[in-house]
Design a protein around this ligand. Sequence first.
Ligand SMILES: *[C@@H]1O[C@H](CO)[C@@H](O)[C@H](O)[C@H]1NC(C)=O
Ligand SMILES: *[C@@H]1O[C@H](CO)[C@@H](O)[C@H](O)[C@H]1NC(C)=O
Ligand SMILES: *[C@@H]1O[C@H](CO)[C@@H](O)[C@H](O)[C@H]1NC(C)=O
Ligand SMILES: *[C@@H]1O[C@H](CO)[C@@H](O)[C@H](O)[C@H]1NC(C)=O
Ligand SMILES: *[C@@H]1O[C@H](CO)[C@@H](O)[C@H](O)[C@H]1NC(C)=O
Ligand SMILES: [Cu+2]
Length: 178
Amino acid sequence: MARLTHAQALILLLSASMWAVSMASRQHGFNNTGWSYNNGWSYKRPPCPKNSTSDTPSKIVVGGSQNWTFGVNYANWALKNGPFYFNDTLVFKYDPPSDTNIHPHSVYLLPDLWSFLKCDLRRAKLVASETQGGGDGFEFVLNSWQPHYFACGGGAGFHCNNGTMKFFVMPMFRRRRY
Ligand SMILES: *[C@@H]1O[C@H](CO)[C@@H](O)[C@H](O)[C@H]1NC(C)=O
Ligand SMILES: *[C@@H]1O[C@H](CO)[C@@H](O)[C@H](O)[C@H]1NC(C)=O
Ligand SMILES: *[C@@H]1O[C@H](CO)[C@@H](O)[C@H](O)[C@H]1NC(C)=O
Ligand SMILES: *[C@@H]1O[C@H](CO)[C@@H](O)[C@H](O)[C@H]1NC(C)=O
Ligand SMILES: *[C@@H]1O[C@H](CO)[C@@H](O)[C@H](O)[C@H]1NC(C)=O
Ligand SMILES: [Cu+2]
């Protein structure tokens, strides 16, 4: 896959958030046409969550069956599996450090869009250490109304940059049951 320029990445991000907003406001009132961005990637509309009109928060394993690992495109994953709602829980599952795992995963929150695009971890906040992804995984509750720029700290930015271990989430307001 071609590397994105920063401008392309920015457009992708903005499209993603506009998409999320339109998903939230239109809910499931349109059919499964899908659409593609001009860089050739295409995204299918995700299936309707089974309880989309319920006010019960969901628990979502980041990466699905692939967990939190090098080389999965998490921006793509987030587009396909979102939108995510306030109070939803993101679960990060990854193996602890070992002899064969010399650049272990972790979870950071980056402070802004620019550091997210650059995978600049200097002002990042550690939310889950290298050992916290074991067992049932590390749980992060989306309980603040702000963009969340998640990134892996593995290899001092290498996992984020080259391993595409980063994604963006803006929690949505959950529609109440009528
Ligand atoms: C979407 O739904 C409309 C109305 O139900 C229908 O006319 C149209 O063919 C559908 N489009 C696709 C791609 O299914
Ligand atoms: C959907 O919500 C209902 C009632 O709140 C619950 O019984 C059911 O297990 C939920 N289904 C899923 C797939 O979460
Ligand atoms: C994901 O994590 C679960 C443990 O929660 C594990 O059973 C499963 O094998 C992992 N998947 C991969 C692809 O490593
Ligand atoms: C989120 O969860 C907290 C704690 O369970 C609860 O007090 C709060 O009302 C919830 N907020 C929304 C918007 O669901
Ligand atoms: C990682 O990404 C950087 C920036 O695009 C690139 O210069 C470097 O060659 C990549 N390293 C590997 C091992 O792919
Ligand atoms: Cu990693």
